[in-house]
Write a protein that binds this ligand. Structure first.
Ligand SMILES: Nc1nc2c(c(CN[C@H]3C=C[C@H](O)[C@@H]3O)cn2[C@@H]2O[C@H](COP(=O)(O)O)[C@@H](O)[C@H]2O)c(=O)[nH]1
Length: 341
């Protein structure tokens, strides 16, 4: 078996060999045009991470970096069997679901004096304490709570052993290179190794490691230790929401057989052919949308709030999916239960 492909190489290879998932060129063009209208707005710039999301830290200090690290260590699998019956977390008068329920629970714990973002705490936190910290306001708990406990202990111990308990030390060891940080994370922390096989090749999507680099860049506002010279080498994050929104916007299509399977709510195993095709084609689709958008910007000589990269397109599309949840009801997301996304 050949060597490990990078996420971008993996996505291209999957898209070229996919049988049940297809990229629609016309849809790619239309999404690029949708994004062109937003190019100079607050969404498609690094500052949007803070200005658009009240639960994200305001600061750009070591504590904020360690907040990002613990969040992205647990940033996986929030979908519930029945959407109307799910984990909800109330925080400061608002109710949060999905990914935001994780952020709300972490902020609630900090308000309660629980140092959940400190490695010295979560390296030895007990399962009962984790159940309490991530408790739901409904009778549906946050999915994979035992796995979240195991990963917190494992990750906290490694952060203490290798990086004196602070993710900022890991960031500073990567010489302001996004790729070096990405590889330091996947080499050091086993739960970030989002790697599988497809057609005889070893492929990587590294969804949580890539979003960790992206969120570190964002929380540091692209400055100082977060001024990654190669930040644009990071691709979109292959989760279960981006495919759904790309299908909704017409940039991605499923075969009838796959669509019927997803509409039935059938689960797909992590690393199965159709699951890999959905993730790989979504990633490649966003790369093509970015290329198309940069071409449109070039032609129109439009001004932007800084370099437009796949991270900002991903953030925009993920927020778009959040804001259009009702409209997207008819489009199924794929159900894979795993710790990688
Ligand atoms: N591709 C992509 N996937 C993302 C995110 C985020 C959160 N990032 C936000 C936070 C700050 C930034 O401003 C971003 O807006 C979470 N996820 C994934 O989605 C799924 C949860 O979805 P739902 O069940 O609807 O909450 C789950 O797999 C989770 O890992 C993203 O940005 N891109």
């Amino acid at each position: 078996m050949d060597g490990l492909l990078t996420p971008r190489e993996s996505a291209k290879f999957v898209a070229e060999n996919s049988r049940d998932v297809f990229i629609d060129g016309g849809g790619v063009q239309r999404v690029a045009e949708l994004l062109l209208a937003k190019a100079a707005g607050p969404e498609l710039r690094v500052g949007g991470w803070k200005t658009l999301h009240e639960l994200n830290p305001r600061a750009a200090d070591e504590a904020a970096v360690n907040w990002v690290f613990v969040i992205d260590t647990l940033n996986f699998s929030f979908w519930s069997e029945r959407d109307e019956h799910k984990c909800l977390v109330g925080y400061r008068g608002k109710t949060y679901s999905g990914y935001w329920s994780l952020c709300a629970a972490v902020n609630r714990a900090l308000d309660e004096g629980i140092p959940i973002t400190s490695a010295s705490y979560y390296a030895t936190v007990t399962q009962d304490q984790v159940r309490h910290i991530f408790r739901s306001d409904t009778d549906v708990p946050m999915p994979l709570i035992e796995e979240r406990h195991r990963i917190l202990n494992e990750t906290g111990k490694i952060l203490l052993e290798k990086f004196e308990g602070s993710f900022l030390n890991c960031v500073q060891k990567s010489d302001k290179s996004a790729q070096k940080l990405l590889h330091l994370v996947v080499e050091s922390f086993p739960s970030y190794r989002d790697v599988t096989q497809f057609e005889g090749k070893i492929i990587s999507f590294y969804k949580r490691a890539q979003i960790l680099v992206a969120d570190t860049w964002s929380v540091l506002e692209g400055k100082g230790d977060g001024c990654f010279k190669d930040i644009s080498s990071i691709t979109m994050f292959a989760d279960y929401r981006l495919p759904q929104v790309l299908v909704y916007l017409g940039a991605l299509k499923y075969s009838d057989e796959l669509l019927e399977k997803l509409l039935r709510g059938e689960m797909l195993s992590y690393g199965s052919r159709q699951e890999v095709e959905i993730r790989g084609c979504s990633l490649w689709c966003v790369e093509l949308i970015r290329d198309c958008l940069l071409e449109l910007l070039e032609k129109k000589g439009e001004k932007t709030g800084g370099e437009i990269n796949s991270i900002l397109l991903d953030y925009y599309l993920w927020d778009y999916a959040r804001d259009h949840r009702e409209d997207m009801k008819g489009i199924p997301f794929h159900r894979t239960r795993c710790i990688y996304y």
